[in-house]
Design a protein. Structure first.
Length: 602
């Protein structure tokens, strides 16, 4: 039986285990069941791939997403591992070929979709071959509490009885405790060992800006990430289409990606995103995406997600490779209104709506916090962080607080005196003393509140109203053209019995520069950077030749290290993370030639 550490070095070209990998792998190799709850990018795949190679028989990996499966299999094959995937995209002959290989014991790892696995024929085929283990990836899909419930996963509950003695590993990056408990229970893993660690993603920089011409803000943000791989999330299909078009027209190639697109087009866009290092993918928030690209450098939200769980999962797609990455969101008053409306008008029963409202409020709290965002995010998952992470906008550009008690009273009074029938725009005109046509028509210039807020500018008032709405002091009535209404909690504020602290929104310009600085922080010397680009070009050439995504050949982290170390021989190459023996045999010469050419040129 090969030793895990040898497999790590020789097959995967990695010098050492990370975090709890060694322990998890030893436990699985020894035949134990495990539940692995680790954040995205922690390295969960190796936790079952190495035991698969150390144990007798084939490892069956259940995964819901076909594109993801394809990538994993391709990456394993590049490392010389005998891997295959069974899913609905295969022709009958291809599927038969894989089943034959399985029966003949010629596979180390077999990836299957849950519906394939559940098929009776397949289960009985499996019962005739030696099995190393079952790995259930994205295990949260079995839970109705999760954001990604897939009924096919319920069949996996049968594995325990059907294959007693075959170790089972359930893996997920889902952080919320309810989903975790549920999946342990449903998969009958009550006796499994549970491995978990902090869900912090220190390489992701969180930035949440106030919306103020969102498209331009997005464009400025994207300019700081030129040529990098990234995802932009929007709420609706229409907005996805519009945004992709607008970006492309403004010189930033972008492709739409949502459930309403023709399957072929969607697959093509996904493929281009995976294989090319160019286009930005613009996707709908709700759409589960089979994308595990390790070098996604940014995730941008043009609309507010529904909860912290969703936000964390979506932003979590950035920086799987551990390199510095940006999670950026623009949010404003209209997002609060829209989200509240979606809950009110959604089909959920009242009890569920209450949960949905609480989840939205928790996310709004993160948006409006003046202290460390990371601390607020992790607190939601029951994790204590001391704050001051130094890698979120609140830490990098601390927002000031100001005493908004008087301003809030004026704002609430304007709402009250106009009969709770108007939106923020008109109320601001009243407060600022603007004699607009509407103000005069309604005689609102006669109100005592007229012109009492001249000391605060238009944007300042928008910020006040947004914060009042985010805190639930006022609500936005979407059945009445966005009119603002007073909530119960407005009363003590209006009566001057409760002080209101507000945050001062920093100017957007400052924020954009900070975000750009984040991306550049990882940059190297000019020579190193030039060599890195040459190595990337070589990788692209090789990837195109084979029609595979570049990162299955080498990750950026490996190329960065190559650029730094400038290996002169195959043995120098062997020390570089991610460069295993199969890859040296296959690509060593090609990349050494690129390094040598760069050396000759300097
Ligand atoms: P997860 O499934 O937990 O999101 P992956 O298994 O996709 O994470 O791994 C994330 C990244 O970390 C990959 O680029 C992988 O090659 C890298 N990685 C995993 N384990 C190690 C390790 N021990 N040393 C260095 N890199 C690792
Ligand atoms: Zn912070």
């Amino acid at each position: 039986m090969p030793h895990p550490e040898r497999v790590l070095k020789e097959v995967f070209g990695l010098p050492s285990f990370r975090g709890q990998q060694e322990e998890i792998i030893a436990h699985a190799v020894g035949g134990g069941d495990a539940v692995v709850l680790l954040p995205t990018g922690a390295g969960k795949s190796l936790c079952y791939q190495i035991p698969a190679l150390c144990r007798e028989g084939v490892a069956v990996v259940v995964s819901p997403l076909i594109a993801l499966m394809r990538d994993q299999v391709e990456a394993l094959r590049q490392s010389g591992v005998r891997a295959a995937a069974l899913n609905s995209t295969l022709t009958p002959e291809e599927a038969r070929g894989i089943r034959d290989a399985l029966a003949a014991g010629e596979l180390d790892l077999l990836y299957v979709t849950p519906e394939r696995l559940a098929g009776d024929g397949f289960m009985s085929l499996l019962s005739r071959v030696p099995l190393a283990l079952f790995a259930i990836d994205e295990a949260h899909c079995i839970s109705q509490w999760g954001h990604d419930f897939r009924p096919e996963y319920l069949h996996l509950a049968r594995l325990k009885e059907r294959f007693p003695g075959v170790p089972r590993l359930a893996l997920t990056a889902t952080a919320d405790p309810q989903t975790r408990d549920d999946l342990v229970h449903r998969l009958q893993l009550d006796e499994a060992r549970i491995f978990t660690a902090s869900f912090d993603r220190p390489n992701i920089r969180y930035t949440i800006v106030r919306k103020d011409n969102a498209k331009n803000q997005l464009r400025d943000f994207l300019r700081a990430h030129e040529g990098a791989s990234g995802i932009v999330y929007c709420l609706s299909r229409k907005k996805v289409e519009e945004t992709a078009e607008w970006l492309t027209a403004h010189g930033i190639p972008a492709l739409p990606y949502h459930a309403g697109l023709d399957r072929n087009i969607r697959d093509r866009h996904q493929d281009l995103f995976l294989k090319d290092e160019g286009p930005v993918l613009v996707a709908t928030i709700a759409f589960g995406m089979g994308i595990d690209k390790p070098d996604v450098r940014f995730v941008a939200h043009l609309d507010l997600p529904s909860s912290i769980e969703a936000y964390y999962q979506e932003t979590g797609r950035a920086g799987r490779d551990g390199l510095p990455s940006d999670a950026w969101m623009a949010y404003g008053m209209s997002d609060v209104a829209l989200r509240r409306r979606m809950i009110d008008e959604g089909g959920s029963p009242e009890g569920v709506k209450q949960v949905e409202r609480a989840k939205l409020d928790a996310l709004l709290h993160v948006c409006e916090t003046v202290s460390c965002r990371r601390q607020a995010l992790l607190a939601h998952f029951g994790e204590h962080h001391a704050g001051g992470c130094g890698n979120c906008d609140a830490c990098l550009t601390p927002a000031e607080m100001w005493d908004g008690t008087e301003a809030a009273r004026k704002a609430l009074s304007a709402i009250y005196r106009t009969g709770q029938r108007f939106g923020a725009g008109h109320l601001i005109d009243i407060l600022r003393g603007n004699k607009t046509e509407k103000v005069e028509r309604c005689r609102h210039d006669d109100l005592p509140t007229f012109g009492v807020g001249k000391d605060i500018d238009q944007k300042g008032w928008q910020s006040v109203f947004r914060q009042l709405a985010a805190r639930g002091i006022v609500s936005i009535d979407h059945t009445d053209y966005g009119a603002l209404k007073l909530e119960e909690s407005a009363r003590p504020v209006l009566q001057g019995q409760q002080p209101v602290e507000l945050r001062r929104d920093p100017s957007p310009g400052r924020r954009a520069q900070r975000a750009a600085a984040g991306a550049a922080a990882a940059s190297a010397s000019p020579e190193e950077e030039a060599l890195f680009q040459d190595l990337r070009a070589e990788r692209m050439r090789l990837a195109r030749e084979q029609g595979v995504p570049p990162y299955v050949i080498f990750h950026d982290t490996s190329l960065r290290e190559m650029a730094r170390r400038r290996p002169a021989s195959v043995s120098d190459m062997a020390g570089i993370p991610g460069v295993g023996s199969a890859k040296i045999a296959r690509y060593g010469e090609a990349f050494l030639a690129v390094v040598a050419a760069a050396k000759a040129a300097t």
